[in-house]
Design a protein around this ligand. Structure first.
Ligand code: NCD
Ligand code: ZN
Length: 339
């Protein structure tokens, strides 16, 4: 059995820099036609010069693969001139509340202070991508942030706001309350709950922000993805860390899912008899929501078991050592179709 996807997109990825980038970026570039590249490097990607330099590093690592890195700036107070200059080079700006996740120390302390920049982004049509967590109790952080999303959606009604990597049924429900709110959903939040992370022996490779929640939450995410809800997009949040940072007393947050993302999504949609809807979740919704035309790429998956490697370079992938039922057997970039 085979299944073809056209120009699949990963709307939330961490590529990192240097040697890590060289290891991970080609894996996404093989299976996907584009992806939204997160800016939480050290120091963050928060000016155009750094962004262009980072883009060039990515392009060099994946040249010829037909993968567009949709770049993001790290949110800070930007002037209108900075935003106008950056606009042709970015798909959006990523806002992190200060300190809520990996490399977010330079994030926003008070949302109110962000509003002048948000007003200019709204004027210029630059989407806002948000890591929506407070610094409250870990299981409540996303829910506590939802009123902030609602406030921003009302205050800036023409601003496209993407709730990144949603993990709760309440976040899914919020999509229907505000026309300008959208969301990405990861692979792992469709599969795991907090029980998988900490219910037995602690699983550092399943530890990420936002932390996986309750079965009811996972089921709500799965329903939204399988439908698919017209306002949700696939975004893996693939976030590689070296093994030494994961298998440590203070384990870094992040799950590296890039090499298994498309096979496992296909497996999930096939299990739910919804393969015909995968294209919408993994590409068409994102094209419509962001108004993008990715490179023309045909990706063929076949129902054929394979075993996930234990390591890619220095990183343990999601489902390392497990058997996956589908695999990518062909990925063809057709430059002619690309505008
Ligand atoms: C991400 C990372 O490692 O950069 N970690 C994670 O747990 N998801 C940051 C993020 O997206 O929160
Ligand atoms: Zn992320």
């Amino acid at each position: 059995m085979e299944h073809t996807l056209i120009s699949p997109l990963d709307m939330h990825i961490h590529f990192r820099e240097g040697a890590m980038l060289q290891t991970v970026a080609p894996l996404s570039a093989h299976d996907f036609a584009g992806g939204v590249i997160m800016p939480n490097l050290v120091p963050p990607v928060d000016n155009l010069e750094r962004l262009l330099h980072y883009r060039a590093e990515i392009d060099a690592a994946i040249s010829g693969t037909g993968f567009t890195p949709y770049m993001t700036l790290f949110f800070r107070a930007y002037s209108e001139a900075e935003l106008r200059a950056a606009r042709p080079h970015i798909i959006g700006i990523k806002l992190y509340p200060a300190g809520v996740t990996t490399n977010s120390q330079a994030g926003v302390q008070r949302i109110r202070d962000a509003e002048p920049t948000l007003a200019t982004m709204e004027e210029l049509g630059i989407p806002l991508l948000v890591h929506g967590e407070t610094s409250g109790f870990v299981l409540d952080r996303e829910r506590e942030f939802l009123p902030i999303y609602a406030h921003l959606a009302r205050r800036f009604p023409r601003l496209t706001i993407v709730m990144e990597h949603i993990t709760t049924r309440e976040a899914v429900a919020l999509l229907d309350e505000h026309p300008n709110l959208y969301a990405t959903i990861t692979l792992h939040h469709l599969q795991i709950t907090l029980d998988d992370v900490a219910g037995g022996l602690l699983q550092p490779h399943l530890f990420c922000k936002p932390i996986a929640k309750r079965p009811e939450d996972r089921d709500a995410l799965l329903r939204a993805a399988l439908a698919p809800h017209p306002k949700v997009m696939f975004g893996s949040d693939s976030a590689p860390h070296p093994v030494s940072a994961k298998e440590a007393a203070a384990c870094a947050a992040g799950i590296f899912s890039a090499p298994v993302a498309l096979p496992l999504l296909t497996e999930i949609f096939a299990q739910h008899d919804a393969l015909d809807r995968l294209q919408t979740f993994v590409s068409d919704n994102a094209q419509r929501i962001y108004g993008i035309t990715p490179p023309q790429k045909t990706v063929l998956l076949r129902r054929e078991e394979w075993s996930v490697p234990l390591r890619y370079g220095d990183v343990t992938p999601y489902r390392a050592g497990c058997t996956v039922a589908w695999r990518v057997v062909m990925s063809r970039y057709d430059p002619v179709g690309h505008s």
